[in-house]
Design a protein around this ligand. Structure first.
Ligand code: ADP
Ligand code: MG
Length: 665
């Protein structure tokens, strides 16, 4: 059965459903409400002024419609509740007028104005609500009402009598779960809260069970002998000696955690098992150098490395940095960006195909279909949470059993990490390079800007540099500080200093030029959007001022702050905002990325935090990693048990799920 077979579902609705990602009857059934509304009818006799009420009655007087400018309208009518008559006003629902009939049942939901015996309604229904009712709320798209989604779902439910249940019966019985179809019916049409909870738990469990099964499967795949990787030159002693030389050539000593991460990586690369490792470390903890050493080990054992960064600015910076570090060791480092000229691209493609490059650094240009690699042995993705799963998959689909290293500054609590990255090994970099000082973070209102300017001046006079961040490049309507405006202001305020401007609308050459000038301290003040948010490393910068700070998310603010404090110099982060939000407060209290992420977690839920896998297999329909973490842990245990005892990996029922991800890792 297909969607178009459902009564009342036409081509137009089909297109709208498609927009919501609904293509099949199953998709439709599993399109769950994102929240529920409890509708409890009120007795108007006891309602208070401005109380939110739900009142049923019959239409007493047909509506009158008044139209205003700009397509606005107001409809007024009266209803009879059985013991009183009440006036109702509703805005911009004039199109409902033809539904009215005297004596017809109607329910109005809105705010009661006791003095005027008037309900200003936000919603009306042409049916009665006599007792407490729970209604699911569906997210939708224009042209498709929430009500029609439910109508289609219930239409589909009339025909469906069988739906694949992925929970092994052993556990369904153990936990006394209701059957899947009942759960789905209840999710859409709950009769009471208890029943709804039972249904939710049942469906969440299944979703998380499948998720943990995938993770386990990926891990097993990686450990299988026949998936063993490329054959390397593993003269470990010689490699260690070379790596040691390289580390000694650096202008600093590695921190303890950097050393551990390097050891982990060397062991992985030289082992028979494919590496699938995540380096987690806060902003400024020094992940790049660890990645660089990984490339070096890979080179020493005979292979090419690909190093992917999410932005061109960052890729450029890594390229300059790597070229510098590796020139004395004779490695050939190249960069490939979307903006690289056709001719240069072709040249690089040829070299990649012939294996003439040792380290290729770039953006997702590295994984375009026309790029062929001869002897790729290692793929690194920096700021991994910025990449979608598909992009990663693409690199791996180039058919090579390469080692993979991810680097991410989105530190997540260890227990979560261990579970959701169950198929990866994790190295944490917690110790910061020695001599680093805590970044002093403060909130200032727009009125206190003079203090901030003084601080900037003081730092500039000492030869240091400043970032100024604003959310927008330009803005017409709102009175917000934006990059163009601030550029003018700062040029006036600091006429002795060079002010630069950076944002996504500049051409790549212009961006390069600006970043280059800034890293050489030829630009002293850089006015920028969040394009500098990830990875940018100019250690002489000691101040970052973030205008309209309340417009940014917590993790984003933390990332931005990470642009300073990258040397032994005392650094400052000033958040400009007239209102003090919880987020801004958290920023002033801690510089610890793990704590920040915990707070972000509390404030926003896991959705954004786990952006990491969201674009792919982490997109849950009903479960939530944070709120349902207990269920997740249980499924982890149960999946292990099921693989052991019931051999579900080889059970045909799970074939679809598993084959769809086998290309992923
Ligand atoms: P992130 O982890 O945010 O990617 P980077 O790798 O960009 O951090 O490192 C931040 C800065 O710290 C860089 O300028 C880098 O050269 C420097 N750095 C890295 N490791 C050390 C160390 N062990 N001692 C001193 N400075 C270091
Ligand atoms: Mg980095």
């Amino acid at each position: 059965m297909e969607l178009l077979d459902l009564k009342g579902l036409g081509k137009k609705s089909l297109l709208n459903l498609n927009k919501l990602g609904i293509y099949t009857i199953d998709d439709l059934l599993m399109y769950y409400p994102y929240r529920y509304e409890v509708l409890k009818p009120n007795d108007l006799n006891t309602a208070l002024q401005d109380e939110k009420v739900i009142v049923s009655g019959t239409v007493e007087i047909m509506p009158t419609l008044i139209r205003f400018r700009g397509n606005m309208n107001k409809m007024t009518f009266r209803i009879f509740t059985g013991d009183m008559i009440v006036k109702v006003a509703i805005y911009n629902r004039g199109f409902l007028k033809h539904n009215f009939e005297i004596g017809k049942d109607v329910t109005v939901i809105g705010k009661y104005d006791l003095k005027n015996n008037l309900i200003v309604a936000s919603d009306i229904r042409f049916s009665r609500i006599e007792e407490t009712k729970i209604e699911g709320v569906y997210s939708t798209t224009s042209g498709l009402s929430k009500k029609s989604i439910l109508i289609y779902i219930n239409e589909a439910l009339k025909y469906v009598d069988n739906i694949i249940d992925y929970i092994p019966s052993y556990f369904s019985e153990k936990y006394k779960f209701m059957d899947k179809l009942s759960a789905i019916k209840i999710i859409h049409n709950p009769n009471n809260i208890d029943e709804l909870k039972q249904a939710q738990i049942r469906l969440k469990y299944e979703e998380l069970f499948i998720f943990m099964l995938k993770i386990n499967f990926l891990k097993m795949q990686r450990e299988k002998k026949e998936n063993a990787k490329i054959i390397r030159n593993v003269n470990k002693e010689w490699i260690l000696k070379k790596v040691d030389e390289f580390i000694k050539s650096l202008p600093f000593e590695l921190t303890k955690d950097q050393k551990t991460a390097v050891d982990d990586i060397i062991n992985d690369i030289l082992s028979e098992k494919r590496m699938n490792r995540m380096i987690q470390g806060d902003v400024g903890s020094g992940k790049t150098i660890v990645g660089a050493i990984a490339c070096f080990v890979n080179y020493l054992s005979g292979y090419m490395s690909a190093f992917m960064a999410p932005t061109e600015i960052l890729a450029r910076q890594h390229y300059d940095n790597f070229s510098n570090m590796f020139s004395k060791f004779g490695l050939n480092v190249e960069v490939l960006l979307g903006s690289t000229s056709k001719k240069d691209k072709k040249d690089i493609y040829d070299k990649l195909k012939n294996g003439e490059i040792d380290i290729i650094i770039g953006t997702h240009a590295l994984i375009q279909d026309n790029v062929e690699y001869k002897n790729l042995g290692l793929v690194i993705t920096d700021e991994q949470h910025r990449f979608g799963v598909n992009q990663r998959a693409n690199l791996k689909n180039k058919g090579i059993m390469v080692d993979v290293l991810y680097m991410s500054a989105t530190p997540i609590p260890r227990t979560y990490a261990l579970t959701i990255y169950g198929d990866m090994d994790i190295s944490n970099i917690k110790t910061r390079p020695s001599g680093r000082r805590e970044i002093i973070t403060d909130i200032r209102s727009n009125k206190e800007i003079t203090d901030v300017l003084k601080l900037i001046k003081h730092e500039l006079d000492n030869g240091h540099q400043t970032y100024i961040i604003a959310p927008l490049i330009d803005n017409e309507e709102e009175e917000l500080n934006n990059v163009n405006l601030l550029y003018k202001k700062f040029q006036m305020a600091f006429d002795k200093y060079k002010v630069g401007i950076l944002h996504g609308k500049l051409s790549n050459d212009e961006k390069d030029e600006v970043m280059n000038q800034f890293s050489l301290n030829k630009i002293n003040i850089l006015i920028s959007t969040t394009v500098v948010e990830v990875g940018v490393d100019v250690s002489n910068a000691t101040v970052i001022v973030i205008f309209e700070a309340n417009r940014f998310g917590l993790s984003q603010l933390h990332q931005l702050r990470g642009r300073v404090g990258r040397s032994e110099l005392q650094s400052y982060c000033i958040l400009i905002s007239d209102e003090v939000s919880k987020r801004l407060e958290v920023m002033t209290k801690t510089c610890d990325g793990f704590k920040i992420s915990e707070e972000d977690f509390k404030l926003r839920g896991s959705g954004d935090l786990f952006g990491i896998r969201q674009s792919g297999d982490m997109k849950f329909k009903i479960a939530d990693i944070k709120n349902d973490f207990k269920i997740l842990l249980q499924t982890k245990e149960d999946v292990n048990y099921s693989i052991d005892k019931f051999d579900i990996i080889n059970d045909y029922k799970y074939e679809n799920i598993l084959s769809s991800i086998s290309q992923l890792d």
